[in-house]
Design a protein around this ligand. Structure first.
Ligand code: IMP
Ligand code: MG
Length: 182
């Protein structure tokens, strides 16, 4: 049972819903003069968040996705980023909004930001659902953050441990014994 591995709920489904509505309104306001946003979702963790966020943006949104390897099956960053699936289209001249589940060390997003910036978009911003600022190693700050959270390993609402728990509706703290602590 997935529930047996959960210590507690950190952010509820309802809190997420309310916050994403606010983020969508803010993004809609900030991009009102844009010809359209290119929302780049980072697979697979951001999928659930992405689907909810884009529906709260009141502007034209094109969708594309990137998949990169990060943690493997463990719970701490290797710092090595490999692109498993690149964007379908060249983002030159576009207003890119990177949609990511969580920024932890920041190594993944720093790499992706540099990679996409080299492709000459008109603009590039980052919209993260969760931020663990105390764990930052790379110099990077997201432009939009859903929730700033303490240094705990969380799962649910798209986030996984070892490919499990992505379908939990709330963001939950995993029991440390499940991942061996850190
Ligand atoms: P970073 O490169 O350390 O910032 O790692 C970011 C990536 O690590 C995220 O996209 C997640 O896939 C994963 N990650 C970081 N912290 C957690 C967590 O608490 N739960 C699940 N995945 C996490
Ligand atoms: Mg991820």
């Amino acid at each position: 049972m997935q529930q047996d591995s959960i210590e507690r709920i950190l952010v509820t489904e309802e809190q997420i819903r309310v916050r994403i509505k606010e983020l969508g309104a803010q993004i809609t306001q900030d991009y009102r003069n844009s010809e359209g946003i290119l929302a780049v979702g980072i697979l697979k963790g951001a999928v659930v968040y992405y689907a909810d966020l884009v529906r709260q943006i009141g502007l034209p949104v094109s969708m594309d996705f990137l998949s990169c390897s990060g943690y493997g099956s463990g719970a701490s960053s290797s710092g090595v980023v490999r692109i498993n699936k690149d964007l379908d289209k060249d983002p030159v001249g576009k207003d890119i909004l990177i949609v990511e589940d969580i920024i932890d060390s920041g190594l993944t997003l720093k790499y992706l930001k540099d990679l996409l910036w080299d492709r000459k978009p008109n603009s590039l911003r980052i919209c993260c659902l969760l931020d663990k600022p105390s764990r930052r190693k790379a110099e990077i700050a997201p432009d939009y953050v859903g929730f700033s959270i303490p240094d705990e390993f969380v799962v649910g609402y798209g986030l996984d441990y070892n490919e499990c728990f992505r379908n939990l509706p709330d963001i939950c703290v995993l029991k440390p014994e499940v991942y061996g602590g850190r």
